[in-house]
Design a binder for this molecule. Structure first.
Ligand code: FMN
Length: 209
């Protein structure tokens, strides 16, 4: 199983080689992988910013505990969840299913209503948590895609969300920066690449019932 080899190869990169850039072709593959990621109901209630502008990355680094990955990586993915649940988003999704899968709208009405009900029934905290979880699924897909392409990445929560939202103008768009991933190529100087993986043993992690 090749995926296991990819997962063993990857690590949360601390120092990127700032001279190396991910090609447009590979960036396109990474975007497609995110696009194909699973999401609850298939709604994809998030937006992903891809930042390569060095000035902007410098600004974001200050809001990221000064972690070097932000400026040294080739590109920075910022996964943003929507902060509000809107009926029109569900309607647009149902419309897409109808068009893409050639299904009459009246056959999809019940499904649309079910989704709307489930979103409305969540209290605010549950909704925000649910909404952020969606972006983590996409982030995980990105990490696997990076590993297969031998592109290094570092999933990160170490940044000030409110500052990100302000710098990137996310509040106005009803978005929230929930998790970020700088991608690029590891520096030879990054000693963490040589560390052995620390993971729980299988018999501790799993319980067979
Ligand atoms: C959601 C999330 C947030 C993380 N935040 C940071 C971070 O801010 N900075 C950092 O250097 N590593 C961060 N990490 C990396 C983890 O520490 C790392 O994935 C974990 O120790 C396992 O090591 P490995 O990924 O190298 O196998 C984060 C990982 C995840 C999944």
């Amino acid at each position: 199983m090749e995926l296991l080899e990819h997962l063993k190869w990857r690590y949360a990169t601390k120092t990127f080689d700032s001279t190396r850039k991910v090609t447009e072709e590979d960036m396109h593959k990474l975007k497609e992988a995110i696009q194909l990621s699973v999401s609850s109901y298939g709604l994809q209630l998030y937006k992903v910013l891809v930042i390569s502008n060095q000035k902007l990355k410098e600004e974001l680094k200050i809001a990221s505990w000064n972690q070097d990955q932000i400026t040294d990586a080739s590109h920075l993915f910022v996964f943003c969840n929507y902060t509000e649940r809107k009926e029109e988003d569900v309607d647009a999704y149902i419309q897409s299913i109808s068009q893409i899968q050639a299904t009459p709208m009246d056959k999809l009405e019940g499904y649309g209503n079910l989704i709307k009900r489930s979103l409305i029934e969540m209290d605010e905290t549950t909704w925000m948590s649910w909404s952020e979880k969606q972006t983590y699924l996409a982030m995980s897909t990105l990490l696997m895609a990076c590993a297969e392409l031998r592109i290094d990445a570092c999933p990160m929560e170490g940044y000030e969300v409110e500052k990100y939202n302000k710098i990137l103008g996310l509040d106005e768009q009803g978005l929230n920066a929930s998790v970020i991933v700088p991608v690029g190529y590891r520096s030879k100087e990054d000693h963490t690449q040589f560390r052995k993986k620390v993971r729980k043993p299988l018999d501790e992690l799993f319980e067979i019932l």
